[in-house]
Structure formats: structure tokens, C-alpha cells
Design a protein around this ligand. Structure first.
Ligand code: MCN
Length: 775
């Protein structure tokens, strides 16, 4: 078939199709699932940061009415004695490393507050919680280590008795003659960033429901997961069954932000208990439990140095990152620091790099992927160091950026960290942002305001880049039914990103049918045969492309059926507005209905493929990820009397290639900004020296409320990637990555005339007030 008509939906502001049900409370979340005879599981977690378990006495708990099981690690090990596997090939990333083992329940030595040590299954939650109180555990305290620098200091206790030190892993590499470049440079600037630990705070805490069918020996597992197919592949072996005996369903999921792209103990414990007790089992984390026992993010201390010429050209970069990995690895923990390393040189043309990655064990919950995962850490320090260089040389920060940007004709661009950037027009995005805020006028106003005294005005710019669209692949199937309905199966499993809407847009345009005809099914391994999941802003550039390819293949097949009916060559047939015609002869059309009828009639010749269904597995070839980018500008006012920072204006120009749905992309940018700004200004997960998480509830962990954030002005440029047929890049994490340095650069800019050159996050009034007082 030669052509498909003009797209109506791709690029249009189609309202989110998934929202009416969700806002009316008609969503179906894991904790809404109620099965006959369902029991409730609760977990006993270590209340101490590091200790030997001397004994666990479960008799009293087990004797309570309504309690069906009280199991410790020993009981569980009779059903599964394997640790939950980690998926990172350590040899590929590190020259030195230690391994860790994560069992379903911990025995012997607990390593953090929240470590799971026993479970209770009871008739209901209240009985389960009462039983937890009756379990008697004798702990023998061991020394606790918390904090990156403290844990690496000589003489620090190890986070686990079997660890040889608290250095979890190490790697370093020089690209180019780093020492020479640094010794000969006009100027060297150094920045140290404490990129604080964060708690990924999805609206819905983690939850699991499991059932076991004794007749078919099949498990069904409902989970708040971002990756049902990967979960099935990793949980089935732990249950001792083949994949086809485990159906994983992710119903509506209330956010994840990377923390639900993991495999957690409860996802194996619940099915084990369901089989053992012959009744369905549910586990739902309380908020405090979720904050304590679901992975955290960031927790880095990073160092960056630039060697540069006096006119501001960056000649070399040194990047040392110290990543607090927590007490033991979960699924992908050691992969997050390399993700930061990959972005070591940001959007700048520099080929000399030394990086150093140091993982650090501490007696805290594991750190893992959290919106941006590694890229926010890298871009924050890169963008801070660019500003420091500009400040040191007395240059405007935007000029230093301009001088160093990779230019459009340099793509594909190979970075010294091993990335192949696909496409970009970094200067264009920055120019657009600067124009929107009238940068020159702002600088003038700042000068006037400084002279006048009063609030301190700061202007912060960040020109970020990130990597997304990771492989290995994503699955889609598009089928046109006999009744003209279209079913899209997708392996991407959304948890707020609006795939039902955007995949409908892609299919509706490619098939030229009304969007209402399209149903998107996801998140159920019993319905969708293959999939990877939703993380790393991979869905649009991988899963969306698979949907587009499948729909296109179906349109091609339908075009051949129409060609037969039109007695024309298939290449001459055009699909437009729901019907087919011969190019240049729009008078005679064959509507979809007629094509569907003919395809299902059994009367067409054998060489016409009448199966109006097609599946696609879009595979990401090596070095074919996509690299979204953009420019954020933040204008702040700081009250010197109180240290209170107010964001006066926040403007973004993001580039994720062609946009499927501007409302959804704006929504993703808004959500990303909230999380990035919130790291810059409010959030901080704090452990005390005994390993207690002091910020385990929203009473003391500062999630922002809407009135604490500014109005966001979003804008875009559009630079397609050559790495997929739609040219699209991801957008889910971009704003989180771009925003923290814009805010901190603005804050430092506001006080730079006082001699302040650095501020750590979060920029609390107290921290700012003290810095101003000290200056
Ligand atoms: N999109 C588009 N045009 C583009 C790019 C994307 O219209 N050029 C649309 C996509 O079709 C999709 C949405 O934007 O509907 C996000 O797409 P993408 O950037 O591919 O990201 P993913 O769908 O893979 O989502 C993952 C990403 C990540 S990694 C985190 S973390 C995150 C985020 O999405 N967590 C979220 N956004 C979230 N949003 C909500 N509500 N909840 C979370 O937990």
C-alpha cells in the first residue's frame, strides 16, 4: 500500500482516555482485589539497623485466633531457598566488587531497619498486626554504619559481617591524556555535590495479591509492578515453575517512579503462602512500611572537575561518584552509578574523561532506580560545574554553554563515556528558553535589584541531556476484529503515563479509524504474550514504535485485501479517512467494513493474507538509545532575612522529538518538575547513626503540596532521532533530570555576589539563611 492519510491524532491534544474511570474512583488497584477466602499477609521487619538474630519465638503469635501461619526464614526456605537474583553483569562494569544475597526472609544477620525477618498470614490485617506484636525476637546489636564518607573511613564497621569492607564495587577509566590536559589547563574548577537520598513516593504503596489453583498448578500474582513480564520471568524460577504456570497481572498502578521496576520479597512470599495455605493471600504496604522497605533513590556524594581554557572551553572532565547502595543490592542497584557515568560530559563536546565509580555499603535500605536513575546525579554536577567555571572566569553561564555544545553536524556523537548521542540542537533549545524569559532584561533587573537591596534575585540555567529508550525490545500486537474494533496489546505496562491514549493515537492514525474503536490491553501476562515494561522513559521510543509497526503491518494487509476488491495493484492503494481507494481515484472507495467482511469471508484467493492482525517486537540495537535534551531556566528570589527561596518563574524547553500527545508530554514534564524541584528544595531521607530512618512518614519527609510550587511554563523544540521510524525520544524523566541544577544554579547565582559558590540540596530556608549569614 502506498500511503496512509494525514494523521489526525498524532500530535493532537487528545484527552487522556484512561482518566474518566480513574477520577470517578472506578480504577482497579491491587488492594481493590477481593477474592473468596482471601487472607492477609503482614511482615515483621527489623527495628534495628544491624544485629544478629539470636532467636525468634513465634509460638504466641501462632496461637492467636485467626492466625493461619507464622513463618520465619527457616520455614520459607523449605519452599524457596534461593536468593532473589540480581540482573547486573558485574564483570561488565567493575574491576572490583563484592556480591550480596537477598533471601525471601532474612535470617542470622539483619542489615537495615526494615529488613524482613518473619511473616504472619491471618484472617485480616488487625489480627495479623496483633500477631506481629507477639513474635519475640532477640537481637544482638552489631555496630551500624551510615553515610558514605563515614562508611568508607578507616575503622568503620562493615555493613555486614561477611563484607570485606564497605566498598561494594569500584571501576575507573581514563579516556585521553587526563593528567596532561589538567596540568596544562588555564583553569581547573572543582565541585562537590551531596546528592541526597530520596524516597520514591508513589500515591499507591506496593501491594500484592496471590492465588494458587491446585487443579492446574497455576499461580496468579497481582502486583503493583512496572514490569509484569520481567517479574514473571524472575519469580517463576523462585516458585519452581515454568513461566506458563505463573500469570502476572499489573492492574491499575498508582505510580512507581522506578521503585516498582524491581522484584520484592512479598512478590514471592505471597504466592508461596497462597499455595501452602490453599487460600488467596494479600499483602499491602503501609505508607511507613513502603518508605522504609521499598528502595530509595540518589544518595550520592559526587566530585567533578573541569580543565578549561580561559575563554571557557572545557578540555577535560574528572568525575568521581560515591554511591550509597544500602545494605545489599536489589535487582539493578549496581547499574545506577554507571548510568550516571554515561552522562559524564553532558551536552558538551569534550573527549578527555576520567571517571571513578565507588559503591558504598551502609546499614540502610537499598538504593535503586528513581526517576532519572543516575542521569539526575550526573547532570546536576555537570551543570553545577559549568556554572562554577563561568563564575570563576567571569563569563556568563550561557556563553560557556554555547562555547561547548556539541553542534548539530557532529551527530552521531561518540562520548568518551561510550555513548553514541543520536541527534540534538542544544543551542536552539537554550536560545528559545532564553528568549522566552528575555534573559538580557533579567540580568539587567538582577543588577538593579542588587543595587536596591532587599530580596536576592538569581537566574539559573541548565542544559540537560539524558539517555532513554533502553532495549532489549518491546512487544505489540494490533488486531482488527470482525466488528471493526481494534485491539492493541502492548508489553509496556503504564502506571500513570497515559499509554492507553498515546497508543490509541498511534493506532488510530496508522489505521485511519476513529480513536473510540481502539482498546489497549496491557499489564497481564495472560493476555499479552511478551513484554519488558515501563521504565527508563523507554515506552514511547520502543513500545510506541512496536504499536506503530504492528498497526502499519495490519494496514498493509488490509490494503492488499482492498486492492483485490478494487482490482488494483496494492502499491496504488491509499488508506484515508477509514476507507481505501486507488491513488488519484477517490471516487471509488472501499470502507474498512467491506475490507473486514471480505477478509473474513473465506472467499479471497489464497495469496491474499486475510489475517488482519500483526505483532511486532521492536528491538533496540546496540548504541541506538535516544537522547532527549532541553534547557530549563529558573528565576528565584531569596529573602536574606529568612532564607526563604521563592521560584518566581520556571520555563522549560524540552526536546523529545515529535510529540504524540502534547497534553501528556506536558503532564510528564510537570510531574518530573515537581520531583526535581522537590529534591532541590524539600526532600531529604535521613538516617540517624543507629540506622533509624527519621523521615519514614509524610509528617517528616517533605513532599511538596501544590501551593509550594510555581506555575510551570513548558515549551518545546523538536529534533527527531534517527533511531526509530517515528523519530521519538522519551520524556518521562527529562524534567526531573533538568530541574535540580536549574534551581540550585539560580540559588547560587542569587548569592554569588556575597562570595557563595556552592549550595547543597535541599535548599531549606535554614541552609540558605546560614550560608548568607556566614558570607
Ligand atoms: N510521549 C509522547 N511523545 C513523545 C514521548 C512520549 O506523547 N515524544 C508520551 C508517551 O506516549 C507516554 C508518555 O509520554 O504516554 C511517557 O512516555 P515515555 O517518556 O516513553 O516514558 P514511559 O512511558 O516509559 O514512562 C516511564 C517514565 C519513568 S522512567 C518514570 S520514573 C515515571 C514517568 O515515566 N514515572 C511515572 N512518568 C510517570 N508518570 C506517572 N504518572 N507516574 C509515574 O510513576
Amino acid at each position: 500500500m502506498a500511503t496512509v492519510g494525514i494523521p489526525k491524532f498524532i500530535g493532537a491534544e487528545v484527552k487522556r482516555r484512561e482518566d474518566p474511570a480513574l477520577v470517578r474512583g472506578q480504577g482497579n488497584y491491587v488492594s481493590d482485589i477481593s477474592l473468596d477466602g482471601m487472607l492477609q499477609m503482614v511482615i515483621l521487619r527489623s527495628p534495628v539497623g544491624h544485629a544478629k538474630i539470636e532467636s525468634i519465638e513465634t509460638g504466641k503469635a501462632a496461637a492467636l485466633a485467626g492466625v493461619h501461619a507464622v513463618w520465619t526464614a527457616e520455614d520459607v526456605s523449605k519452599h524457596c531457598d534461593k536468593p532473589i537474583p540480581m540482573v547486573v553483569d558485574m564483570d561488565a562494569f567493575f574491576s572490583e566488587y563484592q556480591t550480596t544475597e537477598r533471601f525471601l526472609l532474612t535470617s542470622g544477620e539483619v542489615l537495615y531497619v526494615g529488613d524482613p525477618i518473619a511473616l504472619v498470614v491471618a484472617d485480616d490485617l488487625a489480627t495479623g498486626l496483633a500477631a506481629l506484636e507477639e513474635i519475640e525476637v532477640e537481637y544482638n546489636d552489631l555496630p551500624v554504619t551510615v553515610g558514605i564518607e563515614e562508611s568508607l573511613a578507616s575503622g568503620a564497621p562493615t555493613a555486614c559481617e561477611s563484607y570485606t569492607s564497605n566498598q561494594a564495587f569500584y571501576s575507573t577509566k581514563d579516556v585521553g591524556d587526563v593528567d596532561k590536559v589538567f596540568s596544562e589547563a588555564d583553569v581547573v574548577v572543582d565541585v562537590r555535590v551531596d546528592n541526597q537520598r530520596l524516597i520514591p513516593s508513589a500515591i499507591e504503596p506496593r501491594a500484592v495479591v496471590a492465588k494458587y489453583d491446585g487443579e492446574t498448578s497455576e499461580y496468579t500474582l497481582w502486583s503493583t509492578t512496572q514490569m509484569p513480564h520481567l517479574l514473571r520471568g524472575e519469580v517463576a524460577p523462585l516458585l519452581g515453575v515454568d513461566d506458563d504456570k505463573l500469570r502476572v497481572i499489573a492492574p491499575d498502578v498508582g505510580g512507581g517512579f522506578g521503585a516498582k521496576a524491581n522484584v520484592y520479597q512479598e512478590e514471592i512470599l505471597a504466592p508461596i503462602m497462597a499455595k501452602a495455605l490453599g487460600r488467596p493471600v494479600r499483602w499491602v504496604a503501609s505508607r511507613q512500611e513502603d518508605n522504609t522497605a521499598t528502595v530509595h533513590g540518589r544518595a550520592h556524594v559526587d566530585y567533578m572537575s573541569f580543565a578549561a581554557s580561559k575563554d571557557g572551553r572545557i578540555q577535560g572532565v574528572k568525575f568521581s561518584m560515591y554511591a550509597d547502595v544500602g545494605a545489599r543490592y536489589t535487582r539493578m542497584t549496581p547499574l545506577i552509578p554507571p548510568l550516571a557515568m554515561w552522562m559524564s560530559t553532558g551536552s558538551y563536546d569534550v573527549q578527555t574523561l576520567r571517571y571513578e565509580i565507588i559503591g558504598v555499603f551502609t546499614n540502610t535500605v537499598t538504593t535503586e532506580a528513581y526517576r532519572g536513575a543516575g542521569r539526575p546525579e550526573a547532570i546536576h554536577i555537570v551543570e553545577r560545574t559549568v556554572d562554577k567555571l563561568a563564575h570563576t572566569l567571569g563569563l556568563d553561564p550561557t556563553e560557556v554553554r554555547r562555547k561547548n555544545f556539541i553542534q548539530p553536524d557532529q551527530f552521531p556523537y561518540d562520548t568518551p563515556s561510550g555513548m553514541r548521542y543520536d541527534s540534538g540542537e542544544y543551542e536552539r533549545a537554550m536560545d528559545k528558553a532564553l528568549e522566552l524569559v528575555d534573559y538580557k532584561a533579567l540580568r539587567q533587573r538582577q543588577e538593579e535589584q542588587r543595587k536596591a537591596g532587599g530580596p536576592l534575585m538569581g537566574i539559573g540555567v541548565s542544559t540537560y541531556i539524558e539517555i532513554c529508550g533502553f532495549g532489549p525490545h518491546e512487544y505489540a500486537n494490533v488486531t482488527v476484529g470482525k466488528d471493526g474494533s481494534v485491539t492493541v496489546l502492548t508489553g509496556s505496562s503504564p502506571h500513570g503515563q497515559g499509554h492507553i491514549t498515546t497508543w490509541s493515537q498511534l493506532a488510530a492514525d496508522t489505521l485511519q479509524v476513529p480513536i473510540e474503536k481502539i482498546t489497549v490491553k496491557h499489564g497481564d501476562t495472560g493476555v499479552v504474550p511478551d513484554g519488558v515494561g515501563t521504565f527508563g522513559s523507554r515506552s514511547a521510543p520502543v513500545g510506541g514504535v512496536a504499536v506503530f509497526n504492528s498497526a502499519k503491518a495490519v494496514a498493509e494487509k488490509a490494503g492488499k485485501v482492498a486492492a483485490h476488491l478494487l482490482e488494483a495493484a496494492a502499491d496504488d492503494v491509499v488508506l484515508e479517512d477509514g476507507s481505501f481507494h486507488v491513488s488519484g481515484v477517490p471516487q471509488r472507495t472501499i470502507p474498512w467494513d467491506q475490507v473486514i467482511e471480505a477478509a473474513n469471508s473465506g472467499s479471497l484467493p489464497d495469496d491474499v493474507d486475510c489475517d488482519l492482525s500483526s505483532e511486532d517486537v521492536f528491538t533496540v540495537e546496540p548504541q541506538c538509545e535516544t537522547f532527549p535534551f532541553g534547557c530549563h531556566v529558573c528565576i528565584v528570589q531569596i529573602d536574606p532575612e529568612t532564607g526563604l527561596l521563592t521560584i518566581e518563574r520556571y520555563v522549560t524547553v524540552d526536546d523529545c522529538g515529535p510529540v504524540i500527545n502534547p497534553i501528556i508530554v506536558d503532564g510528564q514534564v510537570h510531574g518530573g518538575l515537581v520531583q526535581g524541584l522537590s529534591q532541590a528544595l524539600f526532600e531529604d531521607a535521613i538516617y540517624d547513626d543507629d540506622g533509624n530512618l527519621l523521615t519514614s512518614s509524610f509528617m517528616n519527609y517533605a513532599l511538596p503540596r501544590t501551593q509550594m510550587l510555581p506555575h510551570f511554563e513548558t515549551n518545546r523544540t523538536e529534533t527527531p532521532t534517527p533511531n526509530n521510524p517515528l523519530g521519538i525520544k522519551g520524556i518521562g524523566e527529562a524534567a526531573t533530570i533538568g530541574s535540580t541544577p536549574a534551581v540550585v544554579n539560580a540559588a547560587v547565582d542569587a548569592v554569588s555576589h556575597l562570595g557563595i559558590t556552592h549550595l547543597d540540596m535541599p535548599l531549606t530556608p535554614e541552609r540558605l539563611w546560614r550560608a548568607i549569614q556566614d558570607a
